[in-house]
Ligand binder design. Structure first.
Ligand code: ATP
Length: 454
């Protein structure tokens, strides 16, 4: 494997050129920090979310899913503390009117003189003010304060307010988890760095409910499990680290918090937070709703409010990390190859089928092979230009397998199967392809035990 050649610019260019990600509303000049996933991007992000769902929900007996509405009762956000506390410190430049996160000035640049930091130019900064990150809108035809609702800034609260519904309907008993993926909205003061920080993004959150006293073991368990998940799906271990929050960084209710950080081209940044949130959220909702959200353990006759371990990941940030980590260039300078070394199960297209030439019945045969594989895995077909160019086009978007129909195919019903990473080809029978291809693009098998080991 070659040394790290990736820059954010290269990834952004590839995403635009090959249809992973487009700027939103581009024909109108774009909308800052909003992006649209193109044909390949939508497959990649779906695969990331499916990988998370498979390993966090489907493959476990102790986790169920939920899909809550984005608009919730405004009192949810009073109870959760978001109305009062979900703020970032903000300063304005009195000269250029630019707005900046007061705690991130060292990473910001003056809009008028980009070589200077805000406040180090001629502009004077205002005092620090708190800026609430929730988007507000109105429900129904009357735009008064009584009709104000918020776009959810996280998916977690939908899980907490449904805790008793799930316990009763799914007969769940701690330790157990409720998982959700979906859109969240934050009016970030300084969005940027492509998909890294946007105002509309998707989260993948698990709230894992445990008996108080068992929380430390589960907190450690989920930290290990989540780190392992990223490396199982191909992130290089040297680009991943777990950073425990210092005491002064911890939210007042959290007993512990650690960030899974990825070494992006912009430096080490949070990919996911894993927190021991204690019984704070359920207790807040007990207090504000007046409903009993405690759990009664019929076996031990104990009643308690469960503690919660929360691994909270970003689907877009995760997708960006998988793209950045997979990006590679190899070969000699005069014949450079760009290749996305995505884990096959994450790759947007699993197999591309090519006729070697556009004659002698090869295209027809290749179309037949593609039609056979398409119901099984995402399959592309390409007959334009030289075969070498076609391989390169697929390498660049991470397609792990290439199937080529050539002269010999027409005699003996065999094809070549090309591997994206090694570029090696093997000759295989067409009727062996379905099993072979499915096996080669299968997701990794999770080897972490289902519970903490003593
Ligand atoms: P940050 O410190 O980067 O603002 P956070 O600590 O506020 O993140 P959490 O509230 O813990 O983030 O959200 C969980 C995850 O959701 C983050 O680790 C990240 O992957 C994702 N996320 C949060 N904010 C954004 C955003 N503005 N754009 C894209 N993803 C985000």
């Amino acid at each position: 494997m070659s040394e790290r050649v990736v820059t954010m610019e290269k990834v952004v260019n590839l995403c635009k050129r090959r249809g992973f990600v487009f700027p939103s509303s581009e024909i109108y000049g774009g909308l800052i920090s909003c992006y649209d996933y193109g044909p390949l991007g939508v497959e990649l992000k779906r695969n990331v979310k499916e990988a998370w769902w498979r390993d966090t929900v489907s493959a476990r007996p102790d986790v169920v899913g939920l899909d809550c509405s984005i608009l919730m009762h405004p009192r949810v956000w009073e109870a959760s503390g978001h109305v009062t506390n979900f703020n970032d410190p903000m300063v304005d430049c009195k000269l250029c009117k630019g707005r900046f996160r007061a705690d991130q000035l060292e990473h910001a640049s003056c809009p008028r003189k980009p070589s200077k930091r805000p406040g180090e130019c001629e502009g004077e900064l205002t005092d620090v003010r708190s800026f609430n990150l929730m988007f507000k809108t109105h429900m129904g035809p009357v735009e008064d304060s009584a009709a104000a609702v918020y776009m959810r800034p996280e998916t977690a609260q939908g899980i907490f307010v449904n805790f008793i519904n799930v316990v009763n309907s799914a007969r769940a008993k701690p330790p157990f988890g409720i998982a959700q993926t979906g859109k969240s909205f934050r009016n970030e003061i300084t969005p940027g760095n492509f998909l890294f920080r946007t105002r509309e993004f998707e989260q993948m959150e698990l709230e894992y409910f445990v008996k108080p006293g068992e929380d430390d073991a589960w907190y450690e368990y989920w930290q290990n499990r989540r780190m392992q998940w990223y490396t199982d799906y191909g992130i290089k271990p040297e680009n991943l680290r777990l950073r425990a929050h210092a005491d002064d960084e911890l939210a007042h209710y959290a007993k512990g918090c650690a960030d899974v950080e990825y070494n992006f081209p912009i430096g080490w940044q949070e990919l996911e937070g894993i927190a021991n949130r204690t019984d704070f959220d359920l207790k807040q909702h007990i207090e504000h709703s007046g409903k009993d959200l405690s759990f009664f353990d019929a076996a031990s006759k104990e009643r308690y409010v469960p503690y919660v371990i929360e691994p909270s990941a970003g689907a877009d940030r995760g997708t960006l990390a998988f793209l950045v980590d997979a990006y590679d260039e190899d070969g000699p300078d005069d014949d450079r190859r760009t290749v996305l070394r995505l884990h096959p199960s994450l790759a947007p297209t699993k197999v591309a089928v090519f006729p070697l030439m556009r004659k002698a019945g090869m295209p027809e045969k290749a179309q037949e092979v593609a039609a056979m594989l398409r119901p099984l895995v995402t399959t592309a077909y390409d007959e334009t230009r030289a075969i070498g160019r076609r391989y390169r086009r697929q390498d660049e978007v991470g397609t792990p397998l290439g199937v080529t129909v050539d002269h010999q195919t027409l005699d003996d019903d065999t094809v070549t199967l090309r591997n994206r990473d090694s570029m090696e080809q093997q000759r295989v029978a067409i009727n062996a392809l379905p099993a072979l291809v499915t096996e080669k693009v299968a997701p990794p098998v999770c080897t972490t035990p289902l519970a903490p080991t003593a």
